[in-house]
Design a protein around this ligand. Sequence first.
Ligand code: MN
Length: 232
Amino acid sequence: MTAFVLPVPPTPSVAISGSAERFAVRRIFCVGRNYAAHAREFGNDERDPPFFFTKPADAVVDSGTVIPYPPLTTNLHHEIELVAAIGKAGFRIPRERALDHVWGYAVGIDLTRRDLQDEAKKAARPWDWSKAFDRSAPCGPLVPAQKTGHPTKARIWLAVDGKVRQDADLTELIWPIADIVSICSEGVELQAGDLIFTGTPAGVGAVNPGETMTGGVDGIGTIEATIGQPQS
Ligand code: MN
């Protein structure tokens, strides 16, 4: 057995609906833009192929967590997203086989330091500091695809303090789940434990200390997260 000089870090994980077991998270991939209306609100061509960025695995936090307002930003944004959890490894997975690799689905929020992202875009710098910060990937409980099937048509929504900000349908996804999994697996060998945040619909906006985000995808689940005071 390997000896380590420091304690082995805890394994990041996501809850599983109706179970005491948890889903160990290996990596987090996120789709940059995947709903036509959201692409348009940022002035992008909706026919562009999807691209990916990542967050650290330990950026996941459970639904119900109070998330301290992160440092370096004055414009923290919510992005509600359907999350696909990979249960079976695969490299260059054909589209027709892609859904066989999805273990289940959850609802997540891709928290974004929008001001840092705007600066990064302008300066042609990496997005990491705008996307890959502590607790930037709240994720609700996973439901096995065996129970839900693979969603193609369902309302996806997010409200801040009860006021609906994002309200769309999975039918508006430019690249459906099977395409996303297949295309992602062309760039990396997907592994069990990988999460894919599949992109956000229009209506992203700022969320501030004391405000609570609630969101959901019909038939999959819900998520709730409150933004707290900045970490001291
Ligand atoms: Mn996103």
